[in-house]
Structure formats: C-alpha cells, structure tokens
Design a protein around this ligand. Structure first.
Ligand SMILES: NC(=O)c1ccc[n+]([C@@H]2O[C@H](COP(=O)([O-])OP(=O)(O)OC[C@H]3O[C@@H](n4cnc5c(N)ncnc54)[C@H](O)[C@@H]3O)[C@@H](O)[C@H]2O)c1
Length: 321
C-alpha cells in the first residue's frame, strides 16, 4: 500500500511510521522539519523522505509524483503555549495547510486521514457528534481544519475521516510537552513547573497504541467524513501523573506551582464507538522514562528551548510578536 505521512518526523507521526514498518509498509514521509520535526525521530525506520511544507505547491507536486492511496496528516503546530504566544503559524499550518491537502485529494483520489484532537470539544465530555467548543488558538485552529474536512467531503465528495486522539505521551516527544519535560527536568535536578493547582485532568494514551489504532482504521474506516475518537481511557490530573513519574523514576520530583495558562481547560474527556486495548499509564510511563534515560543524545540538544527553560513562556515577550 502506498501511504504518505505528512508530519512523519514528529512525535506521533514517527511512531506511526514505525507501526507501518511492522506491517511491511514503507511510507513516504513529507515534513517541513520545524523545531518539532527531526530526522532523528525516524532513525532505524524504513521510509522515503521529502522535506516540504504542507502549505506549499510542493505538496501537490509530491503527491502527483508519488500517487499515494492513503495520506495521513500529522503535520501541525501542536503546542498550546506557543499558540498563545504566537497564534499565526497555527492558522497557516493547521488550517491553510489542511485545505491544501484537501485540494490535492480532489485531484488525486486518495483516502485522507485527518489527525485532530480531543481539545476541539473543550472541557465538556465529547462523543463523535458533540459540538466543537475550542478554548485555545491551537484547538480553534484544529476545530477549523476539522470543519474544512467535513465541508470537502460534502461538497467535493472526497474520501476522508477525522481521528481525534487524546493526550499522547511516549518516546520522542519534544521536551516542551508536560511528560518529557517533567522526566528530563527531574533527571537534571530541576523543579517541574505546574500550571495553577495541578488539578487539570487529561486522558493519557501511550503513543504506540495511537499508531496501531490509526493503522487499523485504514482497513476498517468508512470514508465519508466519519469522526473516530480515540481516548486513552485513563484520566488523571497533571499532579497525579507527576507523582507517578516520581514513583517510576524512584526520585523526588520537585513541583513548583506557577500562574495558570490563560484559557486553560480543566479537563478533556471523550467517549468512543471503537474497541481497542491500551497500555496502562504506569507501564507506559515506565517505558517512556526508560527511553529518555537511554537516549540523552536525543534530548540534550533541545533543552535550551525557552518552552523548556521558562516557567510561563507564553507570558514573556507578548502575544502577536
Ligand atoms: N501529542 C498529542 O498529545 C496529540 C494529541 C491529540 C492530537 N494530536 C495531533 O496529532 C498530530 C501530531 O502531533 P505531534 O504531537 O506528533 O506533533 P509534533 O509537534 O511532535 O510534530 C508535528 C510535525 O509536523 C511537522 N510540521 C509542522 N508544520 C509543518 C508544515 N507546515 N508542513 C509540513 N510539516 C510540518 C513538524 O516538522 C513535525 O514533524 C497533530 O495534528 C496534533 O494536533 C497530538
């Protein structure tokens, strides 16, 4: 099967490439290699690679040449704090980039898998038909893209589905995100900044499970704009997860409560019509901690990033700069 993975050099995209390899598929990865996308993430995988932007004409050219049967789009700006600091890139990549992929699907007849997020439902528990109620520039950009997917299915009859995963964690997640940040900062003997009271609740999913569930959906999905929620089914507060990380690492985690993130959702929560197995959080955290312990070469060059160094980076430098 000819599969093209947009954003395949990122965290979930590279786990998905590994899952495809397990199934004997050698995909084409198309990725701009932004700060979050790294060829290191694709080490030891079997793939072709094209460096490119999903917002460009070059995407259409790559699709015309490769003629994929399936295109899976993980390419996005993904960090909520960065979206508060500077929303524009989220609009162009997450919305205009998606529309560019959808335009290609009108001409080249591939099945399109759009990767969305549970954050589009806001704080209310969502099933696949629940209204979208985004709170951050990030989730607003993801919700907008989802609406374009639905519109293209209806108007142009393109074959597409929308998948909404919950909070992923695991190897190769950029250290700006909460779990790798907590692990690495603890390894370095630094405090872990926690927004507000630390009681914000997320639904945690090990990234290898997400890769497997998405790959299964290539075979199982209906292709007329269906939404597939994929919750991890393990809802824990940020503080609970920090405690668990400390237990798994066998170390004291020094927590420092800092000003809450503006617009911070207290929880995410979804139901799903799908059935699948997931890795228990403690086991997934053990694998994740082990990976960061054994792969210091991967994260050492990344820890000068302000979203790793500063407690509330979105509040420094102003919005819209
Ligand atoms: N990580 C999570 O917990 C989570 C949860 C739910 C949904 N999602 C969604 O899953 C997808 C992947 O998330 P992730 O955590 O792997 O993200 P990530 O930030 O680790 O990776 C994003 C990838 O997209 C690439 N990219 C960014 N802009 C691009 C552009 N204009 N053109 C081409 N490539 C570009 C980057 O180089 C990077 O490789 C995103 O759509 C995200 O919204 C993530």
């Amino acid at each position: 099967m000819r599969v093209m993975v947009l954003g395949g050099a990122g965290f979930i995209g590279s786990a998905f490439v590994r899952e495809l390899n397990k199934r004997g598929i050698r995909p084409l990865v198309y990725d701009l290699l932004t700060y979050a996308g790294r060829l290191e993430n694709l080490k030891d995988t079997d793939h072709e690679f094209v460096k490119g932007d999903i917002r460009d004409e070059k995407l259409q050219e790559a699709i015309a040449k490769y003629r994929p049967e399936v295109v899976v789009n993980f390419a996005a700006e993904t960090h909520v704090d960065r979206s508060i600091y500077k929303p524009q890139d989220f609009l162009t990549t997450n919305i205009l980039g998606t529309v560019n992929v959808l335009d290609a699907s009108r001409h080249y007849n591939f099945k399109y898998i759009h990767i969305s997020t549970d954050e589009v439902y806001g704080e209310e528990c969502g099933n696949e038909n629940s209204p979208l109620n985004p709170s951050s520039p990030y989730s607003a950009s993801k919700a907008s893209a989802d609406l374009f997917v639905r519109a293209y299915v209806r108007t142009y009859k393109v074959e597409a589905i929308i998948i909404r995963p919950s909070n992923n964690y695991g190897p190769r997640q950029f250290p700006e995100k909460f779990i790798p940040k907590a692990i690495i900062r603890t390894l370095l003997g630094l405090h872990v900044p926690i927004y507000g009271d630390g009681k914000a609740e997320r639904d945690w999913m090990f990234v290898e499970d997400t890769g497997r569930i998405i790959a299964d959906l290539i075979e199982k999905a209906e292709w007329s704009g269906e939404v597939y929620n994929i919750p991890g089914g393990q809802r824990y507060s940020v503080l609970d997860v920090v405690k668990m990380i400390g237990e798994v690492m066998g170390r004291e985690v020094e927590v420092r409560f800092v000003n809450d993130r503006p617009g911070h959702d207290r929880r995410y929560c979804m139901t799903t019509g799908l059935r699948y197995e997931v890795t228990p959080l403690r086991e997934g955290l053990r694998k994740t901690v082990e990976w960061y312990l054994n792969n210091r070469w991967w994260w050492k060059p990344l820890i000068k990033d302000r979203f790793f160094v500063e407690d509330e980076p979105w509040s420094k430098g102003g919005v819209n700069t």
